[in-house]
Write a protein that binds this ligand. Structure first.
Ligand SMILES: Nc1nc2c(c(=O)[nH]1)N[C@H]1C(S)=C(S)[C@@H](COP(=O)(O)O)O[C@H]1N2
Ligand SMILES: [Mo]
Length: 223
């Protein structure tokens, strides 16, 4: 899980992937210049449909047993929460049927995710009046930032299942965020902690040229 466990080859491959993605951000790779803010078409601009579900990560796939798993929310909230697995599963559950869109240009239609609604979580923690943004932190060290307004929507889940089965490890099991209206890099896998803030700071890919918001319909790929 930690960086020092990496073989030199894995480390080199990872650096290569990061360098490639940084280059795409500099070059504006995959931008069509034809945003589709009114959602006329189902496929966002510059995307292509796939039927499999590709795996994208930093080369680190945490092996989390639900026994050791913890999730917490802090920062600008009235009531911070910290859940173990049983407490998480005891929350209200919702199924969301959605398409997902990755900035590397694949989109996958008709996914059924199940999990705890973000709106329920917000109801519990009660963000303070000055709260505007979230920073998500994952068990692999990944971070990503989000506007609170995008998180606070009916189709946003702390997801533990996909197509009726527990989320696989590769796809973020036991729990990941699902935020289908933004590019999938915002949907942190192996989610560990959410900090509610009043200022927007860039996460892992945002520090490397990716957009602070990431709306696929407006082609918000890069900053
Ligand atoms: N913790 C964590 N979450 C992550 C990532 C990651 O490396 N670590 N990669 C992001 C990126 S770039 C994408 S495109 C999606 C990919 O999700 P998938 O592998 O389930 O397709 O996860 C996002 N969430
Ligand atoms: Mo991605």
């Amino acid at each position: 899980m930690a960086d020092e466990d990496e073989t030199p080859l894995l480390g080199a491959l990872k650096q290569k992937l990061i360098a490639a993605k940084e280059k795409w951000a500099r070059e504006g790779r995959s931008l069509t210049g034809r945003p589709d803010g009114t959602h006329q078409r189902r496929l966002p601009p510059g995307q292509r449909l796939v039927s499999d579900w590709p795996v994208l990560d930093l080369g680190v796939v945490p092996n989390l047993s639900t026994k050791d798993w913890r999730f917490s929310v802090g920062g600008l909230v009235e009531r911070p929460v910290s859940w173990n697995w049983a407490e998480f599963l005891a929350q209200p559950q919702l199924t969301v049927h959605c398409d997902m869109h990755c900035v590397t240009t694949w989109s996958r239609y008709d996914n059924d995710f199940m999990g705890v609604p973000a709106l329920h979580l917000l109801d519990l923690v009660q963000p303070r009046a000055e709260a505007r943004f979230l920073m998500l932190r994952s068990f692999d060290g990944y971070t990503t930032n989000l506007p609170l307004a995008d998180f606070a929507d009916e189709d946003v889940l702390l997801a533990h299942s996909w197509q009726g089965e527990p989320l696989s490890r590769e796809h973020g099991g036991p729990m990941r965020l699902l935020l289908p209206k933004l590019y999938l890099w915002k949907s942190a896998k192996w989610l560990r902690h959410i900090t509610v803030t009043d200022t927007d700071s860039p996460g892992y890919w945002e520090q490397r040229g990716y957009h602070m918001r990431g709306d696929p319909w407006d082609e918000e790929r890069y900053s």
